[in-house]
Design a binder for this molecule. Structure first.
Ligand SMILES: *Cc1c(COP(=O)(O)O)cnc(C)c1O
Length: 402
């Protein structure tokens, strides 16, 4: 038995089956390339669902993490530490917001935004106790907590985990009209992914985010943008909302904020919103810890150069041009923005998983999402040559089913 098979067997026997990984056991990685336990190399076209925007083992991020590991790793929020001020000020400046509330995972940051919106609704907007509702989208993905899955429309994520948290109204994604119809006097927020990643990299119609912004402003409702997957350079801008020059009231960030090293998430908002939270009302033992902040500070520095946003734009244009050539040749449609694409494979040829497996055999790591879609999100540090090589492998993989 190979080492790979041995490790997969133990993993499958001894871990819950809450994921269905591709059959590869990764040992190390640098930049856009990963190596498995057999010594085979693969180009990473998933980037930990956009957590590795700056590449595996990014020098600046690792340097910051190593330095911090030597100095101080945890204080809890009972005390200040010397990485915290820079993290909050830096992330505040990056988002253009007054204040930051740091957490760890994406789901925790979404929960934070929900709590802040409700409290804002009662204390600032004047909604009657326990009446607040939040408008969310069909096919959303915001994480896995019991409250968040309460408003998921994916049966796998939702079913048999009730009783569910009330207070959410689900409307069609991409329709400003649907939001207008759903809003009532008790609505405190609209929670939206500027691009729906898990749903298959669904880009809403042009002008949608601007319309959401206008409706929220007119109705005195908070616009909350979940930029956990779409943000931090992936689409060619710092935030996907930037493509429509839209500034939400609350940004939710995660994934790449941790530089592929530690879980780091946060929400950013102005004082009139985030100021509603007082001591004891929300928190996390690990949220905003010194190691997380040091890594976050390195990530913010990288984003402030603008290099990654520009690179995602340039390489993204090349990627989409190449992908569009495959339409009609085993590919039905391609969606996305920047270095991020959802590729719908002709379902009569192969499933997304079958194509991902064929890609694995050709040396490219990608993952299917929802049936016939393959999601592509290489690290932004990928070279143009490697990018084009992997896209040729995608063409080859699809061709093998024709
Ligand atoms: C990944 C993701 C989350 C959840 O983040 P976790 O760190 O897995 O909890 C929430 N929203 C979006 C848009 C995501 O892509």
């Amino acid at each position: 038995m190979t080492r790979t098979q041995e490790l997969i067997d133990i993993s499958e026997r001894r871990s819950a089956h809450n994921y269905h990984p591709l059959p590869v056991v990764i040992h190390e990685a640098h930049g856009a390339w990963v190596t498995d336990v057999e010594g085979n190399r693969y180009l990473d076209f998933l980037s930990g669902y956009s957590s590795l925007n700056f590449g595996h083992g990014n020098e600046k991020i690792i340097e910051a993490a190593q330095k911090q590991l030597q100095n101080l790793t945890l204080t809890s929020r009972a005390f200040y530490h010397d990485q915290f001020a820079q993290f909050c000020a830096g992330l505040g400046d990056l988002t253009g917001k007054d204040m930051i509330l740091p957490m760890n995972t994406g789901a925790e940051a979404v929960e934070t935004a929900i709590k802040v919106a409700r409290k804002w609704g009662y204390q600032v907007k004047g909604v009657a106790p326990d009446r607040a509702n939040i408008i969310v989208m069909e096919d959303n993905f915001h994480g896995r907590t019991t409250t968040i899955i309460s408003f998921s429309t994916d049966p796998d994520a939702h079913d048999d985990f009730g009783p569910y948290t009330p207070g959410f109204k689900i409307v069609k994604y991409g329709s400003a009209e649907a939001i207008r119809e759903a809003i009532d006097a008790d609505t405190v927020a609209v929670l939206v992914e500027p691009i729906q990643g898990e749903a298959g990299v669904l880009v809403p119609p042009d002008g949608y985010l601007r319309q959401v912004r206008e409706i929220c402003t007119a109705e005195n409702v908070l616009m909350i943008a979940d930029e956990i997957q779409s943000g931090l350079g992936r689409t060619g801008k710092t935030f996907a909302c930037d493509h429509e020059n839209v500034v939400p009231d609350v940004y939710i960030m995660g994934k790449a904020l941790g530089g592929g090293v530690v879980p780091v998430s946060a929400i950013a908002a102005n004082q009139d919103v985030l100021g509603v939270i007082q001591p004891g009302q929300h928190g996390s033992t690990f949220g905003g810890n010194p190691l997380a902040c040091a890594v976050g500070n390195a990530v913010i520095d990288l984003l402030n150069t603008g290099e990654f946003q520009a690179r995602a734009t340039r390489l993204g244009d090349l990627m989409h041009a190449r992908l569009n050539e495959l339409v009609g040749h085993g590919v039905v449609t391609v969606r996305g923005r920047g270095l991020w694409a959802g590729v719908d494979i002709d379902p009569s040829l192969a499933s997304g998983r079958e194509v991902s497996k064929a890609l694995l055999a050709l040396g490219v790591l990608a993952k299917d999402t929802h049936g016939s879609t393959v999601r592509l999100a290489p690290p932004i540090v990928i070279s143009e040559e490697d990018l084009m090589w992997a896209l040729d492998r995608l063409a080859e993989a699809i061709e093998s089913f024709r």
